[in-house]
Design a protein around this ligand. Sequence first.
Ligand code: FES
Length: 102
Amino acid sequence: MGEWRSLCRADEVPDGAGRTVEVDGTRLAVLRDGGSVVVLFDRCPHAGGSLGSGWIEEGEVLCPLHRWRFRLRDGRCTTMPGHSAHVVESRVADGEVQARLG
Ligand code: FES
């Protein structure tokens, strides 16, 4: 099942964008779209771009390297169907973004 790990405070994640957090050597992209926070592996399946350095448009995060788009709700790539970003189970508890890892 994995354990819940705190990544950062929710108010440290800019709306419409994100940040990258490293936990036990795993880089995670924490992204905010209005009131919802999503956690993805911080590695674009195209060429490894940092999704935590991307930005959000219409419920999708854009990779900063070549602008492939990934749906936040399921990680599916809408630019190149068949690719996807890995979504990590997450929650906000007491103002902290937490992800289930391991
Ligand atoms: S590395 Fe993300 S679109 Fe190319």
